[in-house]
Design a protein around this ligand. Structure first.
Ligand code: ADP
Ligand code: PEP
Ligand code: CA
Ligand code: MN
Length: 550
């Protein structure tokens, strides 16, 4: 007779095992660390069990990944992001389009709300991890959340501590309270909706209410590093990074969805990280312990490394699968175009562990031009590099932010404006100094449209972008013949192995009339100049002169 499975849960699974390391935190952030059913750095399989059992919409994919739903928010909510206005940091912060002030009192109202919510959950998950592979700059990050999905997500995205590090962890440097399933009170002063994502640098706490999109936690850590790292004299970057056999590191800057993760996953190069790095005096380190890849239209043949990383322990967000086979349909964007997978970086075969690389030799700025008039690749002078880094022209890709339903031309300073804490020119100045010191070449790669604008042209084939990156890495483009692209003054290579020559110059690739081409170029150039006027007072003459000339 088949053994009868016990219908009651085995006590070892559900009773809290007191973790003395948490005692150091009792009474510090309002969370009741002495309660039962508080699970710290829980085993992946246990998080699977709890997510499947208690979180509706959770499943397991045919590849073994945890399929989760983040509810109504499937992308970041930048309009609801707040930084607390307090005396220890207010003079540093770039208040304005990105960083909106929240009073200390309003933060405490939200903090209290989140703590009350979390303390009254039946189960509570604590994940203690690190941000920053270089021990000299490493931060202890604690995540307190009510969903096993969120705990597994940050288990994957933070650097996972060893047993010893966990025992001696002590007080975290920053704590994220994720009460995302519970709304903010819209009548709290400073709220713009029932979603609120706020960071208090003085209390070193982040509070999430009204959104269960896990990317808010990851980007919250990045925002914290984007403040603390420059203050420590090192440069935080919204870029992926990989390293060649000769120790030649490449950085790939780009706004969300432009190709950082895709193009840094390269079988011929060791992956340092896919999204967030810091350039120090000794090299480049990854801030994270995992990758967060977009999975829209993902296929094994186009992106084998990422496809292969989707397995037990990975977290798939908002994907759709076949009810019977559990095979995910990555082309299905019925929930969102911003479908994602978060996985430990070790799931990428040639990940460089520890994720610390040497000084960059090539810096790629990824623009996703929806107008179809920027060259697939151009080599930048140092002045042009600064101009384009501060401009950050690209497109917000569908789904990556609440309300973005198709590529939206945008100027995102440092190719990551939503995460900047200081003024863009502070990051640009540090970048210019490092590019000069380490004699790095700088390239502008358009992973966006070619032959016409969004809606008429099509996005340049991934294989062409990969061929361009290969030509940068194998030195072909260092010695190529160039031609100057008018108005923007960009140097375009006449030939790149694996890329049809007519694709390389937007004028020859253009399917429409010359008149529409010229009008589109002029219109975009004017947008560049209008945008850069915001920074002219802080830019040098040569950088201002590096812009397009109408
Ligand atoms: N030419 C191209 N270069 C890079 N990515 C491309 C290209 N064409 C389409 N894509 C798709 O764009 C998306 C880029 O996503 P990702 O690399 O995760 O961006 P990021 O890491 O910058 O947020 C992927 O889904 C990729 O398949
Ligand atoms: C999740 C994010 O990272 P990525 O740059 O990979 O989109 C984001 O920027 O929202
Ligand atoms: Ca990415
Ligand atoms: Mn990013």
């Amino acid at each position: 007779m088949a053994p009868i499975r016990s219908t009651t849960r085995s006590p070892a699974v559900s009773i809290y095992k007191h973790d003395a390391a948490l005692d150091a935190s009792v009474g510090k952030d309002g969370i009741d660390y002495t309660r039962v059913n508080l699970l710290r750095n829980t085993a992946v399989a246990k998080l699977y069990e709890d997510a499947l059992r208690y979180e509706p919409g959770t499943s397991i994919s045919s590849a073994g990944a945890l399929v989760t739903s983040s509810g109504k928010k499937t992308g970041r909510s930048p309009r609801d992001k707040r930084i607390v206005d307090e005396e220890s940091t207010t003079e540093d912060i770039w208040w304005g389009p990105v960083n909106t002030k929240l009073s200390e009192h309003a933060f405490l109202i939200n903090h209290e709300r989140a703590v009350d919510y979390l303390n009254t959950r039946e189960r509570l998950y604590v994940f203690d991890g690190f941000a920053g592979w270089d021990p000299k700059y490493r931060l202890k990050i604690r995540v307190v959340c009510a969903r096993a999905y969120h705990s597994l997500f940050m288990h994957n995205m933070l650097i996972r501590p060893t047993e010893e590090e966990l025992k001696t962890y002590g007080e975290p440097d920053f704590t994220i309270l994720n009460a995302g399933a519970f709304p903010a009170n819209r009548y709290t002063t400073g709220m713009t909706s029932s979603t609120s994502v706020s960071i208090n640098f003085k209390l070193r706490q982040m509070v999430i209410l009204g959104t269960e999109y896990a990317g808010e936690m990851k980007k919250g850590v990045f925002t914290i590093m984007h403040y603390l790292m420059p203050k420590a004299g090192v440069l935080s970057l919204h870029s992926s990074a990989n390293q060649g056999l000769r120790g030649d590191t490449s950085l790939f800057f780009g706004l969300s969805g432009t190709g950082k993760t895709t193009l840094s996953a390269d079988p011929a190069r060791a992956l340092i990280g896919d999204d967030e790095h810091v350039w120090t005096d000794t090299g480049v380190f990854n801030i994270e312990g995992g990758c967060y890849a977009k999975t829209i239209d993902l296929s094994a043949e186009k992106e084998p490394e990422i496809f292969g990383a989707i397995r037990f322990g990975s977290v798939l967000e908002n994907v759709v699968f076949d009810e019977d086979t559990r095979i995910v349909d990555y082309a299905d964007k019925s929930l969102t175009e911003n479908t994602r997978c978060a996985y430990p970086i070790e799931y990428i075969p040639n990940a460089l562990i520890p994720c610390i690389g040497k000084h960059p030799k090539n810096i790629v700025m990824l623009t996703c031009d929806a107008q179809g008039v920027l060259p697939p690749v151009s080599k930048l002078t140092s002045a042009q590099a600064m101009y384009h880094f501060i401009s950050g022209y690209t497109s917000k890709m569908a789904g990556t932010e609440d309300g973005v339903v198709e590529p939206e031309a945008t100027f995102s300073a440092c190719f990551g404006q939503p995460f900047l804490v200081l003024h863009p020119t502070q990051y640009a100045t540090m970048l210019a100094q490092k590019i000069g010191e380490h004699k790095a070449d700088v390239w502008l790669i358009n992973t966006g449209w070619n032959g016409g604008a969004y809606g008429t042209g099509k996005r340049i084939a991934l294989k062409y972008s990969r061929a361009i990156v290969d030509a940068i890495h194998n030195g072909e483009l260092k010695n190529a013949e160039y031609v100057t692209y008018p108005i923007f003054g960009l140097e375009i290579p006449k030939a790149v192995t694996g890329v049809p020559a007519e694709v390389l110059n937007p004028a020859t690739a253009w399917q429409g009339t010359p008149a529409t081409f010229n009008a589109t170029v002029s219109k975009l150039a004017a947008l560049f100049n209008k945008n850069f006027a915001k920074y002219a007072d802080q830019a040098t003459e040569d950088v201002i002169a590096a812009g397009p000339k109408l």
